[in-house]
Design a binder for this molecule. Structure first.
Ligand SMILES: NC(=O)C1=CN([C@@H]2O[C@H](COP(=O)(O)OP(=O)(O)OC[C@H]3O[C@@H](n4cnc5c(N)ncnc54)[C@H](OP(=O)(O)O)[C@@H]3O)[C@@H](O)[C@H]2O)C=CC1
Ligand SMILES: CC(C)CCC[C@@H](C)[C@H]1CC[C@H]2C3=CC[C@H]4[C@H](C)C(=O)CC[C@]4(C)[C@H]3CC[C@]12C
Length: 344
């Protein structure tokens, strides 16, 4: 039977590598590439069809960082498909990153060096901004847009007698100390990326608590450190060229340096092959690469607090109501405006 797989942020990096791997391993897959830039989406589709000429690859316009776009895309999905088997919540951004060079060199000569390379703890900050919906951009893109998409697609995701799966591309950079339940959008801090990824870990757990009975299962993965547009954006390109041999050397000593999008997509692809009942809702599944270059997936228990997770879930539902109210007021305003224009 055909398996409908929707992937957000599918036009490059880990998302595109996942699509390639899914098509190579299962001829029943019907892919839907959900992307904000249709030119790049077309290019990704063309690349996939070059190696899999008979594959079914659909495109969907989705800017996950914009509420109206998410609502429009969800409507489109509901007209196209009767159910969704897998929804990969993969699109993500890390805008205006800064590396703390002093902390890097300090960490380099400390016992924490492996952990520093694996998680970038204490190394990275970002500058966030408000988007057109009045939300913090990183929170809106990495988390809230995906949450709204899930909420909108519940009729396709929660069907009697059928199991649907959500897979979040989280990160080992997700840290509880970067997240504040009083400031879920991370308006005041300097680590919006880490905060948004920790938020996705909590949301996945909450979705399992609330939706497993309806046949919806959620998992989180970390792709490891992968060289993609996101990572290339962190340092000037000449710098990456300089340190690239060192990165490949480090790969021998730490299994979290997956480096290629193919290897980074390991856990995402592995998820596709697992029965949901066999997965631990409190674990993050890591793509890892051994010194000899073998890719594998390993679970690690996440640092989650049940009470905070539930409060966070309620806050998201509250924010969803506020955002919808705001949107309908805006629509009503523009209707009044249109009526006024028509009268004059
Ligand atoms: N690379 C790494 O080392 C790691 C990456 N990750 C996560 O992996 C995921 C994929 O990133 P990666 O492949 O590395 O980087 P890429 O930048 O290659 O991929 C990110 C994808 O997300 C898309 N995207 C960004 N913003 C939006 C938006 N508003 N609406 C729709 N799509 C959007 C991008 O589209 P466009 O081309 O239009 O920008 C792109 O297709 C992210 O969630 C990232 O946080 C996690 C841990 C490590
Ligand atoms: C100052 C230079 C000499 C060297 C700087 C190296 C850093 C730019 C990188 C070292 C560790 C890297 C990262 C680790 C974890 C990744 C995480 C899992 C993720 O989600 C996104 C990318 C990472 C934060 C990544 C980014 C580059 C490093 C900080």
């Amino acid at each position: 039977m055909e398996k409908v797989v929707v992937v957000t942020g599918a036009n490059s990096g880990i998302g595109l590598a996942l699509c390639e791997r899914l098509l190579s391993s299962d001829s029943q897959v019907r892919l839907c590439l959900a992307c904000r830039n249709m030119e790049r989406a077309e290019a990704a589709r063309a690349a996939l069809l070059t190696s899999h000429s008979s594959a079914r690859v659909d495109l969907l316009h989705l800017d996950v960082g914009s509420v109206p776009s998410v609502l429009g895309a969800a409507e489109e999905v509901k007209t196209r498909y009767s159910r969704i088997d897998f929804l990969y919540l993969n699109a993500g951004i890390m805008p205006n990153p800064t590396v703390d060079i002093r902390a890097f060199f300090k960490g380099l000569f400390s016992r924490n060096v492996i952990n520093m390379f694996a998680t970038a703890e204490g190394l990275l900050t970002q500058q966030d901004q408000l988007n057109s919906d009045g939300l913090q951009e990183v929170f809106a893109t990495n988390l809230f847009g995906h949450f709204l998409l899930i909420r909108e697609l519940e009729p396709l995701l929660c069907q009697p007698g059928h199991t649907s799966r959500l897979v979040w591309t989280s990160s080992s950079n997700a840290r509880r100390s970067a997240f504040s339940i009083e400031d879920i959008q991370h308006r005041r801090g300097k680590e919006p990326y880490s905060s948004s990824k920790y938020a996705s870990d909590m949301l996945s757990l909450a979705l399992n608590t609330h939706k497993n009975k309806q046949g919806l299962f959620s998992s989180v993965i970390c792709p490891g450190l992968v060289m993609t547009n996101l990572t290339y954006g962190i340092l000037p390109s000449f710098f990456w060229t300089l340190i690239m041999p060192i990165m490949w050397l480090i790969r021998i000593f730490t299994n979290t340096f997956t480096l290629t999008p193919y290897a980074g997509a390991e856990a995402l692809h592995w998820m596709f092959l697992q029965k949901p009942e066999s997965l631990d809702p409190r674990a993050k599944y890591h793509s890892l690469t051994s010194g000899l270059g073998t890719n594998y997936t390993e679970p690690r228990i996440m640092d989650l607090d049940d009470e905070m997770t539930e409060v966070f879930f309620s806050k998201l539902l509250e924010l969803e109501r506020a955002v919808r109210r705001n949107l309908s007021e805006k629509t009503a305003d523009s209707e009044h405006y249109q009526q006024y224009i028509n009268r004059t």
